[in-house]
Ligand binder design. Structure first.
Ligand SMILES: C[S@@+](CC[C@H](N)C(=O)[O-])C[C@H]1O[C@@H](n2cnc3c(N)ncnc32)[C@H](O)[C@@H]1O
Length: 228
């Protein structure tokens, strides 16, 4: 569908991706959508989807431990773009959780993950051990119609004390309400002394806009917290 060869022009790909974004905002079909797009997810390059590299850069700036030994939990790992970027910064142990079986298959083929589990976030128990991970990342999945905000608090428990949690979200119009509730949750968790904020960055050129109401690039945000 989103073939990466020259048969499709950039404009055609942007049209397909607009459709993709429209569809993923419908909760009931979101995982089917990711199953459908899994084989061609790398084509998000057309969107200048920079969240995985921006998150990996931020983690790399703050993490001072042994990167090779560190165990990273990649929540909603998709096809593995975040592990790919973190590997470039010296991280070597990844566990992935993902709702879409087809995305998981692509992540498995990457050979980057020691373990991969299928799990719908927000539905039921944590599929991982508490206090096990040095770094937990949520990239591209904390947005309207995807992962519920309260999942963040649950996953905070899977991080070691002194570990890092990195999250990204979009700041465009359709995600503003979600972003505000995510930021309320992050602040509330800081007041509960579960963690402390080490970075909260707003990024202007996050990725290309794909809706009719927006042009150029939409903005986004990267947050890094350290557990107490
Ligand atoms: C935009 S992709 C991001 C994937 C990857 N983190 C990256 O940055 O390339 C969002 C991913 O979240 C997954 N996802 C969305 N909602 C989910 C949920 N409630 N439970 C599990 N996975 C979910 C989708 O299947 C998809 O693979």
């Amino acid at each position: 569908f989103l073939a990466s060869n020259s048969v499709y022009s950039v404009v055609e790909k942007l049209i397909f991706l607009s459709l993709y974004y429209y569809i993923i905002n419908i909760i009931t079909v979101k995982i089917l959508t990711f199953n459908f797009f899994s084989q061609n997810y790398k084509d998000v390059a057309v969107l200048d989807y920079r969240a995985p590299s921006l998150a990996a850069n931020s983690i790399s700036t703050h993490f001072s431990g042994d990167r090779e030994a560190a165990v990273v939990l990649d929540v909603a790992c998709g096809t593995g773009l975040v592990a790919q970027q973190m590997k470039r910064h010296g991280f070597g142990h990844f566990v992935g959780i993902e709702g879409s079986q087809a995305m998981l298959e692509v992540a498995r083929e990457s050979g980057l993950y020691q373990d991969l589990k299928q799990c719908m976030l927000g539905e039921g128990q944590l599929p991982v051990q508490w206090g096990l991970f040095d770094v937990v990342v949520f990239v591209g999945a904390l947005s309207v119609g995807q992962v519920p905000v309260d999942v963040v608090k649950e996953y905070c428990k899977s991080t070691k004390p002194g570990g890092y949690i990195c999250m990204t979200t979009r700041s465009n119009h359709d995600n503003l309400q979600y972003k505000a509730s995510l930021e309320r949750e992050l602040k509330q968790m800081e007041e509960e002394e579960l963690w402390t904020c080490v970075e909260s960055s707003q990024v202007e050129d996050w990725e290309r806009a794909v809706s009719e109401q927006e042009h150029g690039y939409i903005s986004g945000a990267v947050y890094i917290y350290k557990t107490l």
